[in-house]
Design a protein. Structure first.
Length: 189
């Protein structure tokens, strides 16, 4: 049995008061009042509640979308940074390689320049040595010539003052010495 049936039965029996028994007019009036309040709340409060729930749902969904957008943007920025870092590393490797090749080129240039300077110094030294040798030979010819003419003059007993003749004698004497030295150097080799 339903509660309503029990309540109606209890009210019709009138003899015994029942705890669950309520007068029928109060039950109907209470039910009508409850329905009126429910309808009023449905028309007045329910739209505000639905509106608040919709706004909250939009806010949450907007926040989720915003977070997803920011996460996608952060991933894109991370990829860009990684790409920039890779580009910078490639550029640094290129700069290092260029610096190494430039350094090698500078070293090679310095070596070739030093070799040229060494050759120039050696050539100048050889030229200077040749000049000193020529000077020494000229000085030696003059000294030896003078001694030879003086000695020849003492041996012959007459003065050899004729310069051309003295010079010819000295040149022949030095040529003989050079020939003997060349023959001696050729025999040793």
């Amino acid at each position: 049995m339903s509660v309503l049936a029990i309540a109606i039965r209890a009210s019709s029996e009138g003899d015994s008061p029942s705890v669950l028994g309520t007068p029928l007019d109060e039950l109907i009036l209470g039910t009508v009042a409850f329905l009126i309040v429910l309808i009023i709340l449905g028309y007045l409060a329910l739209p505000s509640i639905r509106k608040a729930l919709a706004e909250r749902t939009e806010t949450i969904e907007g926040g989720i979308q915003k977070a997803e957008d920011m996460q996608a943007q952060a991933k894109k920025m991370m990829a860009d940074y990684k790409e920039q870092i890779a580009g910078a590393q490639d550029e640094a490797a290129g700069i290092r390689a260029k610096a190494e090749s430039d350094g090698k080129a500078i070293v090679e240039s310095a070596k070739s320049q030093a070799e040229e300077e060494r050759a120039a110094i050696a050539q100048r030294g050889a030229a200077q040595l040749e000049a000193e040798k020529s000077q020494t030979l000229a000085s030696l010819r003059q000294d030896v010539g003078g001694l030879a003419v003086e000695l020849a003059g003492k041996i012959v007993g007459e003065s050899l003052t004729d310069d051309d003749r003295a010079r010819a004698v000295v040149d022949r004497f030095i040529s003989d010495l050079e020939a003997q030295a060349a023959a001696k150097g050729g025999a040793e080799a």
